[in-house]
Design a protein around this ligand. Structure first.
Ligand code: GDP
Ligand code: ZN
Length: 464
């Protein structure tokens, strides 16, 4: 993707392909309005070029080659810079079926527009200064939001909650650089020393603000990407029953992730706003014989991919070698141990279980009687939020790219601090501080390379 914005006119179907009430073709660029004119016959005889900005006009799309009416549409003209991309944008709102959408798209292409690449509208919005990079990334987070809590964070970031903080911090860092550079110009040693002492004080302040932001990163990542969870336990312990109970009570979100060699289907369970991404749903749903076949080896593999393990034991039977093998997977992992079938007479040696669980949360449940499930959900939510609720007032870091840049910025500031404490020359301090400033600029996109931009925007869907 090496397109210079404004050079050409792009178009794409902006709505999901399938049956729907309305479908939208979006055109952006210098020729957007003239291209629309070649295809559009308004009922009132108005040409698109004469339509005032931000008005809709009713009419037909007519194939200029055959004069055939393709669909009845509404044309929405948004002249730059008051548009998403800040270029001239025309939206053709037609009927939401794949055939009318594809026919109109084909005509638009025939008239000289180019098919937009994934995320290209948003990329233009970014390059034209309509959004910064963190806000552009929030757009895709909104589209992919898995729960209300994920949405709240993404909307906050689109509105600039995180960006404002970053801008503020960068401004403070720039102030440090200015102070140090001014001091360098003075011949007196003590002026540099005073400046360094003042900058050290500012570094402490900025670092602690970075810490506050970074404290949200773990929860933020889970809200955006989901908490990869695996349910393990010996055959017949109740894994499928638990999964079904969780799915029954909590709206599950199934997403299709296109663009890869084969489409990935992901299923999320909404646990109080936490998107739980259940790993190997198919394996758990299958009958016990599949589970038996895959056994502990497969469990081991799945545990390696998980952020959270839900380990099931059967309260009504003594600990078996299989249970011990599964319990042996716990060390070093975040897990909740569920003693299922607590409705039956207890025969499980809890003392021995305790030797394996080592202070981890152990809960008695009965999936069959629907007992303990609310407590389980509560425990999962507590674990993820750990005191912070994504209310949307505060800035929230939900993106690993942002978290990494913030962490690096904080590290560069620690380096600067060490440089000051070691009494090193002022220009050495400036080098570290400047690189902290650059790192923060990666979040909002001021100091980011084309390769990273391409990586970000190609994750978008076409038409966004
Ligand atoms: P999986 O092999 O681990 O997936 O286990 P299933 O979910 O298929 O459950 C095995 C059997 O245990 C089924 O007959 C379930 O109805 C039963 N079961 C699951 N949970 C409970 C429970 O809490 N109490 C009782 N009594 N039976 C349960
Ligand atoms: Zn099962």
């Amino acid at each position: 993707m090496s397109v210079v914005t404004g050079e050409d006119t792009i178009c794409a179907i902006a709505t999901a392909i399938g049956e729907g009430g309305i479908g939208i073709i979006r055109i952006s660029g210098p020729e957007a309005i003239t291209i629309a004119d070649t295809l559009f016959n308004s009922k009132s005889g108005k040409k698109a070029v004469t339509i005032p900005s931000h008005q809709v006009v009713y009419g037909n799309i007519v194939d200029p080659n055959s004069q055939e009416t393709v669909d009845e549409v509404i044309l929405f003209v948004m002249r730059g810079p008051r548009s998403y991309t800040r270029e001239d944008v025309v939206e053709i709102h037609c009927h939401g079926g794949p055939v009318p959408l594809k026919r109109i798209l084909a005509l638009t292409l025939q008239q000289g527009a180019r098919l937009a690449e994934p995320g290209e509208f948003t990329k233009r919005a970014f390059l034209n200064g309509r959004l910064d990079l963190a806000q552009a990334e929030a757009v895709i987070d909104i589209i992919r939001a898995k729960t209300d809590a994920s949405l709240r964070v993404a909307v906050g970031n689109l509105s600039g909650k995180l960006s404002e903080q970053i801008k503020d911090l960068r401004h403070a860092i720039l102030g440090m650089i200015a102070q140090l550079e001014a001091a360098i110009d003075f011949p007196e040693e003590d002026i540099e020393e005073t400046a360094a002492a003042e900058v050290a004080r500012l570094i402490t302040r900025v670092s602690s603000r970075l810490d506050v932001l970074l404290a949200t990163a773990q929860t933020g990542k889970i809200l955006r990407d989901g908490l990869a969870t695996v349910i393990i336990g010996k055959p017949n312990v109740g894994k499928s029953s638990l999964l079904n109970a969780l799915l029954r009570e909590n709206r599950a979100i199934v997403t299709d992730i296109p663009g890869t060699t084969r489409d990935i289907i992901e299923e999320y369970v909404n646990i109080r706003g936490v998107p739980l991404k259940i790993i190997d749903t198919a394996g758990i749903r299958d009958t016990a014989d599949t589970v038996e076949k895959i056994g502990v080896e497969r469990a081991k593999e799945l545990v390696g991919q998980a952020d959270l393990i839900l380990l099931l034991l059967d309260s009504s039977s003594p600990l078996s070698p299989e249970d011990r093998a599964v319990l042996a997977l716990l060390p070093g992992r975040k897990a909740i141990v569920l003693i299922n079938k607590s409705d039956l007479p207890p025969r499980l040696e809890m003392d021995e279980v305790g030797q394996y669980t080592q202070g981890r949360l152990v809960m008695k449940i009965s999936v069959a009687q629907e007992e303990g499930l609310a407590e389980l959900e509560e425990a999962i939510a507590d674990m993820v939020y750990s005191g912070q609720v994504a209310q949307g007032e505060a800035a929230f870091v939900n993106n690993v790219r942002h978290a990494a840049a913030l962490r690096q910025a904080r590290d560069r500031l620690s380096d600067a601090m060490a440089t000051i404490e070691a009494g090193m020359p002022t220009d050495c301090i400036v080098v570290d501080i400047r690189s902290a400033w650059e790192k923060l600029g990666e979040v909002t996109g001021e100091t980011v390379g084309d390769d990273i931009l391409d990586q970000i925007f190609t994750q978008f869907c076409i038409g966004k």
